[in-house]
Ligand binder design. Structure first.
Ligand code: AMP
Length: 277
């Protein structure tokens, strides 16, 4: 496994890789959710590149860029075991030199949900992902359903800008009790870890109500909200029932529907979602 920090070196090595090349972009502090993407990339491609880059451009000024968990040595050991060919781990100065001034913006769907709560977030995501696609030139790139809106936004960018690759989305990997795996779970103390279950409980409630025939989206939002409000450590950012393609909020549940939420548990902001089909 090669560890590469320089863009020129990455581009040079790319020429020698057997195609198709699969890319898994990450911010590191890897868990089983990331590794599921790596394993699928390994199955589908003779060459697998994983990028590790905590992208400052996608963090707001009051967000957790500085404290974001990092453990490159552990990440490299995990990726080595998965048989990854190249780990691309550039510095911030390598990706954003002083004179950097070009940005990729995808428009309307980036203004909803995460985009509404985190202004500028998706501009940072799409810019760094476009740069990674240009540098690594993957044939396929792998993203998790855990960040449902991100996957939708990346697919839209690829379609709108005629990028020459396939985007693969894989299911959310959960802890045995239902909590979606996330690098940010490392912030939770034991009490908060227990409280964080409320996200999955609220999603499960939505699924249950829907499968019992409830079609009124507002009714489901209200039931989810009431459940979360019973948890004293939880503070709701949003609870959404939206069209899974346009991300428009719905009055009536008509599948496929993205049920998604962002909830603060103490200081930690967690997101999760399910799709009703
Ligand atoms: P991150 O390091 O948080 O930027 O995540 C890198 C990639 O892993 C993104 O495509 C995420 O959607 C994906 N990912 C993160 N957590 C999970 C999870 N629990 N299950 C599946 N994919 C995930």
């Amino acid at each position: 496994m090669k560890e590469i920090e320089k863009i020129d070196e990455m581009k040079r090595l790319r020429q020698q890789l057997a195609e198709p090349v699969g890319l898994v972009p990450t911010m590191g502090y890897l868990h089983e959710g990331h590794l599921a993407l790596v394993r699928q990339a390994r199955v589908e491609n003779p060459s697998v590149v994983v990028s590790i880059f905590v992208n400052p451009a996608q963090f707001g000024p009051r967000e957790d860029l500085k404290s974001y968990p990092r453990d490159p040595e552990r990440d490299l050991a995990l990726l080595e075991k998965e048989g990854v060919d190249i780990v691309f781990m550039p510095s911030v100065a390598e990706m954003y030199p002083a004179q950097f001034s070009s940005w990729v913006e995808v428009g309307k769907i980036t203004e909803r949900l995460e985009g509404a709560s985190r202004p500028g977030h998706f501009r940072g995501v799409t810019t760094v992902v476009a740069k990674l696609f240009n540098i690594i030139q993957p044939n396929k790139a792998y993203f998790g359903q855990k960040d449902a809106q991100q996957a939708i936004v990346i697919k839209k960018m690829v379609a709108d800008l005629n990028m020459n690759l396939e985007i693969v989305t894989l299911p959310t990997v959960r802890e045995p009790d239902g909590l979606a795996m996330s690098s940010r779970n490392a912030y939770l103390n034991p009490q908060e870890r227990q409280a964080a279950l409320v996200l999955y409980q609220a999603l499960s409630l939505a699924e249950q109500l829907w499968s019992q025939g409830e079609k009124d989206a507002e009714r489901i939002r209200q039931e989810m909200t009431a459940l979360i409000q019973k948890q004293p450590l939880a503070e709701i950012d949003y609870v959404s029932i939206a069209d899974a393609k346009t991300l428009d909020e719905l009055d009536r549940v008509s599948p496929p529907v993205l049920v998604s939420l962002a909830v603060r548990i103490g200081k930690t902001r967690l997101i999760d979602n399910i799709v009703l089909e």
